[in-house]
Design a protein around this ligand. Structure first.
Ligand code: 5GP
Ligand code: MN
Length: 315
């Protein structure tokens, strides 16, 4: 029996959710757990709440059952995945607040430990990896395995980021043994980009600016550009990663306009800069090598404020 099986004992209703603007790990961990509960505990009334997500994730079983609007429901248990702070819950927070018991399963070093029970493993590659260890291996079916594998792939950059460990690979291997189409999962959800996604990537790279002697790189996508290409934030995945791998770069910053003088900032670093500390300083969070926050001001203000913090670390 896994720890999660123990947590589920006696529960009649369970609500699940992840963070706003859900990414691969968030969707994978939420749908992985949803599948696990649905197939092993059919008598528990289970609902999963997430904001809408990219079509490429819809191959996962039960993605059509995900609820995108909050409901006025009180759950025995509410489990939040891949979320480091309560504000990451967005419009689903009232359901978390009203639940009898709350559990957070996460891997962010910046986690606020805001739930009644917090299972946070900062060394883990992904929320999916943390979740896997709470499940009973024998109760993981094909559909759960697909979702968990996908989440691990996304947060580990297809097993290459520094958060990838022997444990990550062992778990991935065990999930592969369930017969999942692992090549397709990686290609279709991680590498494949639509034509416009490639166009906006190209544009962001073309207009990127290097500073601090080539140690940092910055690029921004405006609302006007997003409107021109008819894209949303879901199409900007991977741009900051492409900036990070520029030779000589230590820290990459990518941002897109979310409103009047408002930007969503993504940061990545290679060896030195703790971007989680910088994101947390500006009210966001994340991991040492990958973090984000929301910032207000002109592009110049935002970049100035962030680069000041980077400079403090670079010395
Ligand atoms: P990304 O740059 O891909 O949006 O996010 C990188 C990492 O930072 C993810 O683990 C994500 O959860 C975290 N992150 C990004 N934006 C925010 C934010 O606004 N607040 C917090 N707490 N974490 C964030
Ligand atoms: Mn994650």
């Amino acid at each position: 029996m896994g720890k999660l099986d123990e947590i589920l004992q006696g529960m009649k209703s369970v609500g699940l959710s992840g963070h706003i603007r859900p990414d691969g790990d968030c969707i994978g961990s939420c749908l992985g757990l949803y599948n696990y509960i649905k197939s092993n505990y059919p008598d528990i009334e289970t609902d999963l709440y997430l904001q809408t997500f990219a079509e490429k994730f819809e191959f996962l079983k039960y993605s059509d059952e995900v609820k995108h609007e909050p409901e006025n429901k009180k759950y025995d248990l509410f489990i939040l995945l891949d979320s480091s702070s309560i504000d990451r819950l967005g419009e689903f927070q009232p359901m978390f607040d009203s639940a009898e018991k709350t559990v957070c399963i996460d891997h962010h070093i910046s986690n606020d430990k805001f739930a009644m029970e917090n299972i946070v493993v900062p060394e883990a590659s992904s929320a999916c990896e943390v979740l896997y260890e709470l499940l009973d291996e024998d109760k993981i079916d094909y559909n759960t395995a697909e979702a968990l594998y996908m989440g691990i792939v996304h947060d580990s950059g297809a097993f290459k980021y520094s958060n990838t460990s022997m444990k990550t690979m062992t778990i991935a291997g065990k999930l592969m043994s369930k017969g999942i189409p692992f090549t397709n999962i990686i290609d279709n959800t991680f590498y494949t980009k639509t034509y416009v996604q490639n166009q906006i990537l190209g544009r962001a790279l073309l207009e990127s600016v290097m500073f601090f002697d080539g140690k940092c790189v910055f690029s921004v996508v405006s609302r006007k550009e997003m409107d021109f290409y008819n894209i949303t934030y879901k199409d900007l995945d991977g741009i900051v990663e492409q900036l990070r791998i520029i030779k000589g770069v230590e820290c990459a910053i990518f941002m897109y306009e979310t409103g009047e003088l408002e930007y969503k900032v993504s940061m990545r670093s290679n060896d030195i800069v703790d971007v989680s500390a910088i994101a947390t300083y500006f009210g966001g969070g994340g991991h040492i090598r990958a973090a984000g926050c929301n910032m207000k001001g002109t592009i110049y203000d935002v970049l100035n404020n962030i680069s000041e913090q980077i400079e403090l670390q670079l010395g």
